[in-house]
Design a protein around this ligand. Structure first.
Ligand code: ZN
Length: 381
């Protein structure tokens, strides 16, 4: 029967707590370790405790810190070359270093060719031991079997296979207390979009992904403003990291949909950071989905605001969309595409590009046509 047969994959084993990064060596085998990060994080000294832990354990840490936002195939292959002979891989940073680390660990361990494993379920070999340490509460990449790489300038290709799930994920709130407000806000909203889109996914959603998506959204919504206003609040930071992680496990099972499909072209053509592009399209796509997803949005509405309870399904669902918009405004992220350089002249291009995200659009609770996409971008201008 529909809805009664489902599968679920848990994520990596978890280690949490302030300062947990200093225990990094406990989860790695002996031998040299490839440490994948980016240059700004290193310059901030954020990786110091992790690198000290490797050093004190007697392991050689081979540092690859050339990962850029939206990492390219060339960067990935340079990291693979740097990791030749390593016994393990650590990915340290936001989604980009973690995505590169996952694929480096797989390519070095399996010996597979990258070209043979694009897509879903194609990577079936063994990877090197892998630990992921997120420094933002957003992408949830430390929880997922997905790695997104940019090929030939703007084409984003993904590898989505179980061996990319890490052995361990380390959720250390000390690493996120220094995040600028704009990054805290945009990445936190991205994580909320993961939870919402997993909860309403037209494919593969199930009781366990629902459970995680609801708890993720509850944690993120309750702590986003606190983390923005009081960056040093470790309780709020820990809750955001856990929320982003649970949302990651949820969408690794019940995939994201229309918000992400319309957000990707903003990243590809206007270099808008991933979290911000999702925040910009969020309430427009929720409005488009309102009718099809109404009972589910109503449930999320009452989850965030029990006072909506007596109002009935439609008002609860509308209340949910309004609440998400209000949260974006209070967090202070830009609300108009015009603020990131988009003009009316770009609407056709964006709508055409969004249609290429077929793998995401199929998960949306209702269809999004090219005309719909254009209208939604126009509304967001
Ligand atoms: Zn996302």
């Amino acid at each position: 029967m529909r809805g009664m047969t489902w599968t679920f994959s848990y994520g990596p084993r978890l280690v949490t707590g302030p300062g947990s990064t200093s225990r990094l060596a406990e989860w790695l085998p002996a031998g040299p370790c490839l440490f994948v990060t980016d240059a700004p994080l290193r310059a901030l000294g954020l990786a110091d405790a992790a690198l000290r832990a490797l050093d004190e354990s007697g392991r050689e840490a081979r540092i690859f810190d050339a990962v850029e936002a939206d990492p390219s195939r060339d960067t990935l292959m340079a990291a693979v070359a740097a990791g030749e002979g390593c016994a393990s891989v650590v990915g340290f940073g936001g989604g980009s270093p973690m995505d590169v680390a996952k694929l480096v660990a797989y390519l070095l361990g399996s010996g597979d060719e990258l070209e043979a494993i694009w897509g879903v379920g194609k990577a079936t070999g063994a990877r090197l031991p892998l630990v992921l340490v997120p420094t933002t509460a957003g992408t949830g990449s430390e929880a997922t079997p997905i790695s997104v790489i940019t090929v030939g300038g703007s084409l984003k290709l993904a590898v989505n296979s179980p061996p990319l799930v890490a052995d361990w994920a380390v959720l250390d709130p000390e690493l996120t207390v220094g995040l600028p407000r704009a990054v805290t806000a945009a990445t936190g909203i991205d994580a909320m979009v993961h939870a919402i889109e997993a909860y309403t996914s037209a494919r593969l959603k199930n009781p366990l992904s629902d459970l995680l998506a609801r708890e993720a959204l509850r944690l993120l919504a309750a702590n986003l403003q606190r983390a923005c206003d009081s960056p040093g609040d470790r309780e709020a930071r820990a809750a955001m990291l856990l929320g982003a992680h649970l949302a990651g496990v949820a969408f690794a099972n019940a995939p994201v949909a229309g918000v992400h499909a319309l957000a990707y072209p903003l990243g590809g053509h206007f270099h808008v950071p991933h979290g911000l592009s999702n925040a910009l399209m969020l309430t427009h796509v929720l409005g488009h989905n309102l009718h099809a997803a109404m009972p589910l949005y109503a449930e999320l509405g009452t989850l965030l605001d029990p006072e909506l309870e007596p109002l009935g399904t439609q008002a609860q669902a509308q209340g949910f969309v309004q609440r998400m918009e209000a949260m974006c405004r209070h967090a202070g992220v830009p609300r108009r595409l015009g603020e990131v350089g988009v003009t009316a002249a770009h609407l056709d291009l964006l709508a055409a590009e969004a249609m290429k995200q077929e793998r995401l659009l199929v998960n949306n609770p209702c269809p999004i046509t090219e005309a719909d996409a254009r209208r939604l971008y126009e509304a967001a201008l």
